[in-house]
Design a protein around this ligand. Structure first.
Ligand code: SAM
Length: 313
């Protein structure tokens, strides 16, 4: 495995920084320890969570067309590889020479790569443990291959639009001038559908949100108590994002390193934004980051879109 993981001291500094702001926040990348990755997998199967199902339908229908416009002999780089569900379909159609799954969740990354290797014995797999919000180097053995980035699941929506643009510009840098990018984007729709997707009846999304605290408590050795917080998700139409929060249920303090953090009953810790886009809105952003559209596929209800982008000259 190629380990580009940031040291734990960075985690502590990031957590203290986020929790010291007037409006407390914790970065969504900390959702994903082993339990978080498994909870996310359960979310993708929930009836309310239309995103995964819809994106998979689009892949089922159009991957053959996508693969024929990509061509042979490439290296696929997946940003936030998680479970192998979507990549399997893509690998079957595109048949790349190499695959670089990039993920911050180390155990899940290794398990998924081992599973995949059993089913694709010819494929060169280079699991890379890295935080893709910063720059990281691709494994040297794939340097000479043309790259196809793969960023499904509307994970792009977790960035603020300006940061999404900066992220795409960095993807372009990492993947090189002949790169293509397949990217899934959740589209704007009615708030009722959006809010139901992030407030499922079984409470799995609540467990996922609260697991952020369990994960950070283990990594930092601090006393976060999930029972002192409650999950909340709402669609903010002004910014076009579903926002997730952990609302503080009772006032308490937690010591992190040298710092004492006070949580007041009634205040919230912001944990995630999931920005939704109109297709043209997303394309303007991708254009500013140095990509142009070469393909676009949607479902019959226009809930979700998959774009094929290439680096513009
Ligand atoms: C929403 S899941 C998507 C999984 C898979 N690509 C799919 O669509 O089914 C997000 C994945 O990205 C990983 N991830 C989240 N933030 C990350 C970051 N900053 N750097 C690297 N991986 C990250 C998580 O560990 C998780 O496996």
């Amino acid at each position: 495995m190629f380990d580009r993981k940031p040291p734990a001291t960075d985690v502590e500094a990031e957590v203290i920084e986020g929790l010291s702001e007037t409006r407390k926040r914790l970065p969504p990348k900390f959702f994903y320890d082993e339990a978080g990755s498994k909870l996310f997998e359960s979310i993708t199967m929930l009836p309310e969570y239309y995103l995964t199902r819809t994106e998979l339908e689009i892949f089922e229908r159009y991957l053959e067309v996508m693969a024929s416009s990509i061509g042979p002999g490439v290296c696929v780089v997946e940003y936030g590889s998680g479970s192998n569900l979507k990549i399997r379909k893509l690998l079957e159609q595109v048949r790349p020479l190499a695959y670089v799954p990039v993920d911050i969740s180390r155990e899940h990354l290794i398990d998924s790569a081992v599973d995949l290797a059993a089913d694709f014995p010819e494929l060169q797999i280079y699991p890379t443990c890295a935080d893709f919000t910063g720059a990281f180097a691709l494994p040297a053995p794939v340097a000479h291959l043309p790259k196809v980035g793969f960023f499904p699941g509307s994970s792009i929506g977790n960035f603020q639009p300006d940061d999404a643009e900066a992220f795409l510009a960095q993807v372009r840098e990492t993947l090189g001038v002949d790169a293509r990018l397949i990217i899934g984007v959740d589209l704007k729709k009615s708030p009722e559908i959006l809010e139901a997707a992030y407030n499922d009846a079984r409470g799995i999304t609540a467990d996922f949100n609260l697991n952020l605290l369990t994960h950070l408590a283990a990594v930092l050795g601090v006393q976060f108590v999930p029972a002192r917080f409650r999950h909340r998700a709402i669609y903010n139409s002004e910014i076009g994002a579903v926002q997730m929060f952990l609302d503080v249920v009772d006032t308490h303090e937690v010591e992190i390193g040298e710092v004492q953090i006070r949580f007041e009953s009634g205040e919230s810790v912001h944990t995630e934004n999931s920005f939704k886009y109109e297709p043209e809105e997303f394309l303007r952003l991708a254009t500013r980051a140095g990509f142009r559209e070469t393909g676009r596929w949607t479902d019959p209800q226009d809930r979700f879109a998959v774009f094929l982008l290439e680096v513009s000259a």
